[in-house]
Design a protein around this ligand. Structure first.
Ligand code: FES
Length: 232
């Protein structure tokens, strides 16, 4: 058969098929059957043999379990909270002002001093040397009863021991304006009893002279410096 003949045969068959279909549609008034339970077999994709379709596989394989979540890193411990600054100590309380001292009490008026008691004259224990007239100015006199030399110059009366400081010999009264010499070992003293040569090493002690009225007394309990005078 040639190609043209084959085409013609095909067109003829299609025309027959169309005609058959139209006839069937016209003759049938039944609605289209509703697919039943078996319709699933008619569903597209159903096995034309009527066998049930194998159950679909799970669309996706089970998801792999997530990897164990990494444990969170240990939370860094919070930095030690800075200790609160020491509270500033309260300022020292200002000391209370010193109480003002009470005004000085007015001192009591000075009590009137008692009148000077009249000095005892002659003093207790004093030794009488003689009358003032016995000791003229510019003279030296040895009073053996008291072991003293009494002199008098323009300033007054004075007295010193006549016992030599070297070995106890009696030193004579000096001449006016001169010294004296110990007869025992030659120690020398001036007109006031100061040692001026040995062997004596110490001057002759001067004692206090007291004039009571017209009399002259010696107080041997009181040694006075060389040069002391009792005015007359
Ligand atoms: S006792 Fe006077 S000098 Fe010796």
């Amino acid at each position: 058969m040639s190609l043209n003949e084959a085409v013609k045969n095909l067109s003829r068959r299609e025309a027959l098929l169309v005609g058959v279909a139209a006839t069937a549609a016209a003759c049938s008034s039944d609605p289209m059957p509703t697919p039943t339970g078996d319709a699933a077999a008619d569903a597209p994709g159903a096995d034309v043999t009527g066998n049930d379709m194998p159950p679909p596989q799970d669309a996706a394989p089970d998801a792999a379990p997530p990897p164990d979540a990494a444990p969170p890193p240990d939370a860094a411990p919070p930095p030690d909270a800075a200790p609160p600054p020491d509270a500033a100590p309260p300022p020292d309380a200002a000391p209370p002002p010193a109480a003002a001292p009470p005004p000085d009490a007015a001192p009591p008026p000075d009590a009137a001093p008692p009148p000077d008691a009249a000095p005892m004259c002659p003093p207790a224990g004093a030794t009488r040397l003689g009358a003032v007239s016995d000791f003229p100015v510019g003279s030296w006199r040895n009073v053996k009863a008291a072991s003293v030399v009494v002199g008098r110059d323009a300033r007054g009366l004075f007295a010193y021991t006549s016992v030599c400081t070297h070995n106890g010999c009696t030193v004579p009264a000096p001449s006016a304006g001169a010294g004296s010499s110990c007869p025992c070992h030659g120690s020398t003293y001036n007109s006031e009893g100061m040692v001026t040569g040995g062997p004596a090493a110490r001057s002759l002690d001067n004692y206090r002279v007291v004039v009571c009225g017209t009399d002259v007394y010696l107080q041997m309990s009181m040694v006075v410096p060389v040069g002391t005078r009792t005015a007359v």
